[in-house]
Design a protein around this ligand. Structure first.
Ligand code: SF4
Ligand code: SF4
Ligand code: FES
Length: 238
């Protein structure tokens, strides 16, 4: 292939601007390949982030033609508008430089949603046995493959309008732990996610679920948290 792609790439912080680059088209080229070509051959100061290149680490998400995507698994042929491509940093996060965003707040919210497992057993006790068929384990499994890419967070209107909202990924993580029968911090976690900026702030329109590259369903997880929180409130256990 000797055709050229016209690629607009964001440079600078949030008050930066797009710069235009010509990139040779290749067969099976991914958006991450395009960014890497620009950095290696045209603009060595271009900042961006990636690690695994195979959809495991969650570090390569960017806004591609207006929509957040994991760039290492997104083929140019699927998303290019003719021969043009526009690549920008993820929305709803501070921009460090160019395509690299600051993910601190995104992960701090996981901690605020009590996204850490808290057990009570010691290493001297036998392993807990959890039936893979149990409803709780299946609910946890449905959300467990999150790679922390931030695509859902960048897609969420409520995060945009209300930056304190914990967001879909942190709430999805809380839901997986709410269904972990070994965890002993259930009440504290429910309190953490049931507040004003937690599950009840979600409007359930599902952009997170539509765009999650791992086909997870944060909207379903958040609905589960709403049910748990509602039940606990009625029983005076929040
Ligand atoms: S369904 Fe809820 S969490 Fe998901 S994008 Fe919409 S408001 Fe955000
Ligand atoms: S829920 Fe999906 S979109 Fe959100 S961070 Fe996890 S893998 Fe990415
Ligand atoms: S580089 Fe790891 S998910 Fe894309």
């Amino acid at each position: 292939m000797d055709a050229l792609l016209k690629v607009r790439v964001w440079r600078g912080a949030r008050d930066g601007a797009f710069s235009l680059y010509d990139v040779p088209r290749q067969e099976s080229q991914t958006v991450l390949d395009v960014v890497t070509h620009i950095q290696r051959h045209l603009e060595p100061t271009l900042s961006y982030r990636y690690a695994c290149r195979v959809g495991m680490c969650g570090s390569c998400a960017m806004t591609v033609n207006g929509r957040p995507r994991w760039t290492c698994r997104t083929h140019v042929a699927k998303v290019a508008d003719g021969d043009t491509l526009e690549i920008a940093p993820l929305a709803n996060l501070p921009v460090i430089k160019d395509l690299a965003t600051d993910m601190s707040e995104f992960f701090d919210k996981w901690a605020r949603a009590r996204g850490q497992f808290q057990g009570s057993a010691t290493r001297h006790e036998p392993f807990a046995t959890v039936s893979p068929e149990s409803a709780e384990r299946q609910a946890a499994n449905a959300g467990i493959e999150c790679i922390g890419c931030g695509v859902c967070y960048a897609s969420c209107d409520v995060v945009e309008w209300r930056p304190e909202f914990l967001g879909p990924a942190a709430l999805n993580r809380a839901w997986t732990l709410a269904n972990d029968v070994r965890d002993v911090a259930q009440r504290e976690r429910l309190r953490a996610v049931a507040g004003d900026v937690g599950c009840h702030a979600c409007h359930t329109q599902g952009s997170c679920t539509e765009r999650c590259p791992k086909q997870l369903q944060p909207t379903v997880s958040i609905a589960g948290l709403k049910r748990l929180a509602g039940r606990a409130a009625i029983r005076g256990k929040l």
